[in-house]
Design a protein around this ligand. Structure first.
Ligand code: FAD
Length: 354
């Protein structure tokens, strides 16, 4: 049986919920389909020690401030899951969990959204599926000969899983720095941190609040036709959250330039020397999870779908939300997704009524 809604939101993480909040306020008929069996999106699957890079009040979705977590300036992922679960309930958002959209197709003047539990017919679709389900691992010479464990950020949980082991952590962003720090602080793991360029730590007094302010100033400048202020990239990459600061201050966080190849037992450096490793953890980022949109034939360069704001350029009834700056400045953050979600909902409401 095919069910009907004016709008199907695919993905029920923070981005899908923010879209739902604004669609509800505008009185639009919608449903949210989410592949997970429980609320919280990707936050359900992060490593134990992960902390937000902004305090709770600066990590909030539209309408409801995230409460502070007792004893923590920077909340952990469990706190975010609780907040998102509460948000979903509080605004009575119609989220169907365990509903993975396999394909979105054009169907006359509507879309057909196919799931294993049945199809949905919709006039507009918001895709908010995040990136966590598409970890990116770069191709590296020798990758097939390495006999140790190869894992990505998404599979890392805690240092105890590597007790007594030699671990190479790859990647100079926040995930790489936090995981290298987590392992180094444990004391019984030998950590080597490899980065493509020297890691750039933000000053200790800068956290996600400042980053958001800088991103907002950049957006305002661009919107007003003024010159590009450079955005957050001009400040640095790594937020010195407490564990990163602790490891850095204890002299445990030294990055080496990237190795040139993998060997059967570890890695080989540019000078030809080798280090043995039991595991390599690739903190090398993500790609947008867009496979369900493949039947629409919209993919452009770098696997992205060209957008104007959140709206797909070649398919105005489709909006993409939360994947990164290409779907709105800071839209891949808790506090940043509110504005593009509002704009998408307004655009859809206008389209539906015209
Ligand atoms: P997700 O949380 O991934 O939610 C997408 C949902 O869609 C999931 O439930 C998924 O199962 C579902 N889905 C996927 N495909 C389908 C499908 N085909 N059909 C149905 N459902 C589907 N942001 C901050 O603001 N502060 C931070 O401190 C911060 N730290 C971060 C740390 C890490 C390590 C990472 C990776 C990101 C961090 N972010 C942070 C960025 C961002 O807030 C998160 O990545 C956030 O999870 C993105 O939310 P989302 O809703 O867009 O995607």
């Amino acid at each position: 049986m095919t069910q009907r809604a004016d709008v199907v939101v695919v993905g029920g993480g923070q981005s899908g919920l923010a879209a739902g909040y604004h669609l509800r306020r505008l009185g639009v008929d919608f449903v949210v389909l989410d592949a997970q069996s429980a609320p919280g999106g990707a936050w359900q699957h992060t490593w134990d020690s992960l902390r937000l890079f902004s305090p709770a009040a600066h990590s909030s979705l539209p309408g409801r401030l995230m409460p502070a977590q007792q004893g923590e300036t920077y909340p952990d992922a469990g706190h975010v899951v609780d907040y998102l679960s509460d948000y979903e309930k509080r605004y009575e958002l119609p989220v169907q969990h365990g509903a993975q959209a396999q394909a979105v197709r054009r169907d006359g003047g509507r879309f057909r959204v196919e799931t294993e539990a049945g199809d949905w017919s919709a006039r507009a679709v918001v895709s908010a599926t995040g990136t966590w389900s598409r970890p990116f691992l770069p191709a590296v010479p020798g990758q097939d000969v390495f006999t140790g464990r190869r894992l990505h950020t998404v599979a890392y949980r805690r240092p105890a899983d590597f007790a007594g082991q030699r671990v190479v952590v790859v990647g100079g962003g926040n995930s790489g720095a936090q995981i290298a720090a987590d392992l180094a602080l444990a004391g019984d793991v030998t950590v080597t941190w490899a980065t493509q360029r020297p890691p750039r730590f933000l000053p200790d007094d800068i956290d996600g609040r400042t980053l958001f302010d800088v991103a907002t100033a950049r957006r305002r400048a661009l919107d007003a036709g003024r010159s590009d202020t450079g955005g957050v990239a001009s400040l640095g990459d790594i937020v010195a959250v407490p564990p990163v600061r602790a490891a850095r201050d204890a002299g445990l966080l030294h990055a080496k330039p990237m190795f040139t190849r993998l060997t059967a037992t570890g890695v080989q450096w540019a000078d030809g020397s080798r280090s043995d490793a039991d595991a390599i953890i690739w903190c090398t980022g993500f790609r947008p999870a867009l496979a369900h949109l493949a039947p629409l034939g919209l993919r452009g360069p770098r696997g992205h779908i060209p957008t104007a704001g959140t709206r797909a350029v070649a398919e105005p009834r489709l909006h993409l939300l939360g994947y990164g700056d290409w779907t709105g400045p800071a839209s891949a953050t808790l506090i940043g997704v509110g504005r593009p979600a509002r704009d998408a909902a307004r655009d859809i409401a206008q389209q539906l009524s015209s």
